[in-house]
Every structure is written in structure tokens, then in C-alpha cells.
Design a protein around this ligand. Structure first.
Ligand SMILES: *[C@@H]1O[C@H](CO)[C@@H](O)[C@H](O)[C@H]1NC(C)=O
Ligand SMILES: *[C@@H]1O[C@H](CO)[C@@H](O)[C@H](O)[C@H]1NC(C)=O
Length: 603
């Protein structure tokens, strides 16, 4: 039945309606129900035949399942959209998000709940707003979809449409009475989102609507005009699509003029203290300040970033994106120092705001690797700061694994492991960075801290196991130019910082068991040699057995590692005796001192 369920799913997923009908022939009701509610896990998605058919827009399949088999429209699953993982999505959510109007119509006419929300409280209407499908939006609203349901960040449908630049959807939602003044958790309104993404027409629409509400006596405070223009200015400075530095100046200028319109009542800015990442600059306060940077591209970019941080607040989720973008532009121009300053600032903001910083950390590993590869100097203090953030991130990802609901666990684990890998790249980079003794000590302290947390992979591999395993994945954007595993340097570094040399993974393998299986013993002999020596010198037991009762020597896959191991083995009488006890299954429990029992056991 289970493999049949796999075929049913595949047929539904590919829209092969005849095959599907054939597969479902001649089954009892219970069997059919089983097949059609069976959840298939594939490519990060967990879904039923109905959900996957809706996701992929196969209306004939959906019709068959609904009309003929009366499949429950409220089944939920986990689907992927544009790199996002959506948990708790119904077929209707999927069809609306993927823009399949016919499927939407079928589901709604079969009484699918138009207000059903996913785990993050997203509705089908929200999915359609994200996608900008006015036809689906109208249809859902015409069928009583609630336009005021927000997601878990109190982010409204209007905000997402405004952010994604779907002007027609924004206009429609406003006509339907969507509240333009609603605020998300971060404090932003739809206007902020539109301005942020540089959608001028939507900004105007929203400003007009808010103004109209005031005129209509709704008692709303009108938006001060300088804020609207300033918001647009800041987004033009930093938005990829709307890159236009002159317009940036124009808008900054308009905003400034607005502040000075009434000379007796100048609207002063509340400035943030200067931030090093922005070149230690302060925001322009007067028209003269602004005039002075008119043709200074860098200064204008920084001005945009500063205004953004001031208006949106440093904990706004999207303040960091343009900073990162600007940093990337610098990196592409080989101005690495500027890039790293900005990225460190963004990293700190994101970590302070409790955001997942895995991608930020990996980005650092990539740019550092690129620098090492180009023989550009990487500052030890930068590596140190990133390593320190990396330890915090791993600590948080461990906690996320501990508290994850079952449906979130696979992703939490993926994230946790990726963070550990990124840490190893950074540790590897640190071995290639010139450091003073003091800097080295600070770096080692972070490594020590992580070793104390003892992060493990799914297979129970410790940091040391991962550092000497050729199966540890290496990111392939610049990182692999500089980092590879097994790494003798990282092994040494970890051992120096207190890594347990005899730690075992879930199969009972020690790091020594792993390295003797290295399959490049000739071309990378030096690595193999250095690691074995390092492990043995740090006290690795050469005769410790894993769960299959195999010692590292038994697990050696090449003559080279066998010889290396044999030359390093310092067999003692104690070890030989322990081996003999195990081999001949001699009773030893309660016959020898307790401390020796453990010793016998790992032989
Ligand atoms: C959806 O929400 C709207 C507005 O609250 C309500 O009128 C409608 O009955 C709801 N529909 C369902 C199916 O819950
Ligand atoms: C989210 O919106 C609800 C209802 O409008 C409100 O009660 C709640 O305080 C808001 N939460 C935050 C953090 O803004």
C-alpha cells in the first residue's frame, strides 16, 4: 500500500489524471482514504496528492479528487515556495500562492475554507497578494475572504502587496477597506514597506488614501510630507532595481526643504550617534550639509542607510538588507574593508534582533575566503568578531532544535548543522590569518567556548570528527578555494582548544576511526600523517573499539594509514590484557576495580 501511495502521489504531482484514476480503481473505501491522505515527503515538502496537485496547478486532478473521491479540502502540508518553507498550507493556499485560478475556483466551490491560516498565520489571500494575482485576490474577496487577517508578525495583506510592488492589488485592497494605518510588529505600516522597496506609485496611493481618511474625518493623523519623501529617498539609495543616485539626491533634497519650509519652525531630525560602519558620518542636518555631499556617491549611499536605520529602527527586519547589499557592491569593487565594516554592522543588528544569522555568517566565510585566495589581508579582529557571533548562533540553533515542534525539526537540524559547518570554515580561515598573540588568544577563546557546548551533527560527529572527515561539506562559493576537510590545521587548532580526542559518534567511532578511512593517502599524505600524529599525541587510543567492535586499525582502508597507525601504536600490557578479556569473553564485571571496567569496555 505504501509504495502504491507513492505512485498515486507522483501521478497527482505530475497531473497524470488517467494514471491516477487507474491507480485508484478497485480499492475499498478505507484503502482509498489511506492513499489519498497519505503524506509523501519529497524535496523538503510533505504533502498529500490533493495539495501537490493544487500546488502544481493540475485542475483536472483536483477536480477528480474533489468530485469523485471527496477528498477533504482542509488537508494541510508543508510546501516550498520561492525558497520559503510553508508549514500548515492547505490546497487552496498553494493554488492561490502559485497563481492557479482554475484550481482556486474548484476548491472554493467545494467549500474550501477561504480564511484558513498556515502555521505562520498566512491566508490564501495573502499568498495571492504576495504573488500579485489580482484575479485571484478579487475572487477570494468576492467569496468572503477576510482581508484583515495578519500573519504572525501582524503583517497585513496590504503590506505584502505594497512591498512586492503590486499596485493594482494595493488599490483593490484599499477600495475594499483595508486599513492603510495598520502597523506590523516592527512598527512599519504599508507605506513604509512600499517606500522601502522603492514603489513610488504605491507610496503615493497610500499617502493619498491616508490623507483622504483625514479629510473624511476619521481622525487619523496625516503623514508628514517630509517623511513620505524621505522614505522614498532612502529606498532609492539602496534598492537594486531603483538604483538612481541622482533621484536619491533629489528626494533627500525635497525632504530637507520640507523640514525648512517654515523657518520659524524647522523640523529637526533626531539623529543617531555616528556609526563606524557608515564611515563615522553623521546624517546631514541642514540643506548646506546635504549640498556638500551632492556629488559624493559613497556619502549619499551612507546617508540613505543612516536615514533608513533611524526611521525604521535598528531592529527592523529589513534594515540590514540594504546594508548587506551596499557591502556586496564594495566587495565586488575589491573594497573589502568597507564591505566588512558594513556587514559586521548588519550582523550585529541582526543578532541583536534575534534573527537567524546563518546566511550572514556564511557570507563572511565566503568573503574572507575570497580575500585569502586573492592574498588580501584579512583582519584578525574581523575574524574574531564573526567567530564570536557564530558561537552565539550555534547556541541559539541548538536551543531551536530542542524546542522545535516535530514539523519544524528537520529544518532546525539542517540549520544547526550548517551553522556548525560555517564555524569550521571560519576556524579554518583563522588558521590562515596573521594574528598577534593576543588576537590568537581571543580567537581561541571563542573556539574553546564552542567546544564546551560540544555541538554534534546528526550522526553524532563532534567538531573534531567533522574537521577530519572528507564528507564534511564545503560551501562552493569561494570557501572551497581555501577550506577543505580533513584539515590538519583545524584539527590541531581544535585539539589546542580542548577538543576531546576520544569523543565518539553514534557508531562509536573516534576521530581516529574516521581519519584512517581517508581515501587520498598518497596525494594528501601530509594531511593524513599530520592528523594521525596530532591525534595520537593528544592521547587518542589506537585500540578503542567502535560499536562493531572494530579498532581504528581494523577500519583502515589503505595500507598507508595502516602503516602510519602501526608506527604510532604504543601498545601497553594493560591494553593487551583488556583486549584479551574482551576477545575471550572472560567475566570481569565486579572482579576488577570499577575504573578498569570502563577501560576494558572500550577495547
Ligand atoms: C472569513 O472571514 C470573513 C470576515 O471575517 C467572514 O465573513 C467569512 O464568513 C469567513 N469565512 C469562513 C469560511 O470562515
Ligand atoms: C498585533 O495585532 C493585534 C490585533 O490587532 C494586537 O492586539 C497586538 O497587540 C498586535 N501585536 C503587536 C506585537 O503589535
Amino acid at each position: 500500500m505504501e509504495s502504491l501511495a507513492g505512485y498515486v502521489y507522483k501521478a497527482a504531482s505530475e497531473g497524470r489524471v488517467l494514471t491516477l484514476a487507474a491507480l485508484l480503481l478497485n480499492h475499498s473505501e478505507a484503502e482509498t482514504r489511506y492513499l489519498l491522505s497519505y503524506v509523501t515527503q519529497l524535496a523538503g515538502q510533505r504533502s498529500t496528492p490533493l495539495i501537490i496537485a493544487a500546488r502544481n496547478g493540475h485542475d483536472k486532478v483536483v477536480r477528480l479528487l474533489l468530485d469523485h473521491y471527496r477528498v477533504d479540502t482542509e488537508q494541510t502540508g508543508t510546501v516550498r515556495f520561492d525558497g520559503y518553507v510553508i508549514d500548515g498550507a492547505t490546497a487552496l493556499w498553494c493554488a492561490a500562492g502559485a497563481g492557479h485560478m482554475e484550481v482556486v475556483r474548484l476548491l472554493v466551490s467545494h467549500h474550501a475554507n477561504v480564511n484558513h491560516t498556515t502555521i505562520t498565520n498566512s491566508t490564501p489571500l495573502r499568498a495571492a497578494c504576495f504573488d500579485g494575482r489580482l484575479d485571484i485576490v478579487c475572487y477570494l474577496v468576492a467569496h468572503n475572504a477576510d482581508i484583515s487577517i495578519t500573519n504572525k508578525y501582524n503583517n497585513t495583506c496590504l503590506m505584502i502587496a505594497a512591498y512586492k510592488g503590486h499596485t493594482d492589488v494595493v488599490k483593490f485592497l484599499l477600495e475594499q477597506g483595508a486599513d492603510p494605518n495598520a502597523k506590523a510588529h516592527c512598527g512599519a505600516t504599508a507605506l513604509h514597506f512600499a517606500a522601502e522597496a522603492g514603489h513610488l506609485e504605491i507610496v503615493q496611493e497610500l499617502v493619498r488614501c491616508q490623507a483622504a481618511m483625514v479629510v473624511n474625518g476619521h481622525g487619523m493623523t496625516p503623514l508628514k510630507p517630509h517623511r513620505g519623501a524621505g522614505a522614498a529617498g532612502r529606498s532609492f539609495a539602496n534598492d537594486r532595481e531603483n538604483y538612481d543616485i541622482q533621484r536619491t539626491y533629489h528626494y533627500l533634497h525635497t525632504a530637507m526643504t520640507e523640514r525648512y519650509r517654515d523657518p520659524d519652525n524647522v523640523i529637526a531630525k533626531e539623529l543617531l550617534p555616528p556609526i563606524e560602519a557608515y564611515g563615522g558620518r553623521c546624517e546631514c542636518r541642514t540643506p548646506q550639509d546635504l549640498e556638500a555631499i551632492r556629488v559624493d556617491r559613497d556619502a549619499l549611499h551612507m546617508e540613505g542607510l543612516m536615514i533608513r536605520e533611524r526611521i525604521l529602527g535598528s531592529d527592523n527586519i529589513d534594515v540590514s538588507h540594504p546594508i548587506i547589499y551596499r557591502g556586496a557592491v564594495y566587495a565586488d569593487n575589491m573594497e573589502f574593508e568597507q564591505c566588512i565594516k558594513l556587514w559586521l554592522h548588519a550582523l550585529r543588528l541582526r543578532q541583536k534582533g534575534n534573527r537567524n544569522t546563518h546566511k550572514d555568517l556564511l557570507r563572511f566565510a565566503q568573503v574572507f575566503s575570497q580575500m585569502v585566495h586573492l592574498k588580501e589581508q584579512v583582519l584578525a579582529s574581523a575574524v574574531e568578531q564573526v567567530l564570536s557571533c557564530s558561537v552565539v548562533e550555534i547556541q541559539r540553533s541548538m536551543a531551536r532544535v530542542d524546542t522545535a515542534a516535530e514539523s519544524e525539526l528537520p529544518q532546525a537540524l539542517d540549520n544547526y548543522e550548517s551553522n556548525v559547518f560555517t564555524f569550521l570554515y571560519l576556524a579554518c580561515i583563522s588558521t590562515k590569518t596573521t594574528c598577534s598573540d593576543e588576537e590568537r588568544a581571543r580567537i581561541n577563546k571563542h573556539i574553546y567556548n564552542l567546544i564546551q557546548l560540544d555541538p554534534r551533527s546528526r550522526e553524532g560527529a563532534s567538531l573534531l570528527h567533522l574537521a577530519i572527515s572528507s564528507s564534511t561539506p564545503v560551501d562552493d562559493f569561494h570557501t572551497n578555494d581555501v577550506c577543505s576537510f580533513p584539515s590538519a590545521q583545524v584539527t590541531k587548532l581544535l585539539l589546542d582548544c580542548g577538543a576531546q580526542v576520544n569523543a565518539v559518534d553514534h557508531d562509536g567511532n573516534t576521530p581516529l576511526h574516521v581519519i584512517v578511512q581517508y581515501n587520498r593517502p598518497i596525494s594528501d599524505f601530509l594531511t593524513l600523517h599530520a592528523i594521525i600524529i596530532n591525534l595520537v599525541e593528544a592521547g587518542a587510543h589506537t585500540d578503542m573499539t567502535n560499536k562493531q567492535k572494530k579498532t581504528p586499525l581494523d577500519k583502515s582502508t589503505t595500507g598507508v594509514s595502516e602503516i602510519l597507525l602501526k608506527t604510532q601504536m604504543k601498545m601497553s600490557l594493560k591494553c593487551l590484557a583488556a583486549r584479551a578479556v574482551r576477545q575471550h569473553q572472560i567475566t570481569y564485571r565486579n572482579q576488577i576495580p570499577k575504573t578498569l571496567e570502563e577501560f576494558v569496555e572500550f577495547h
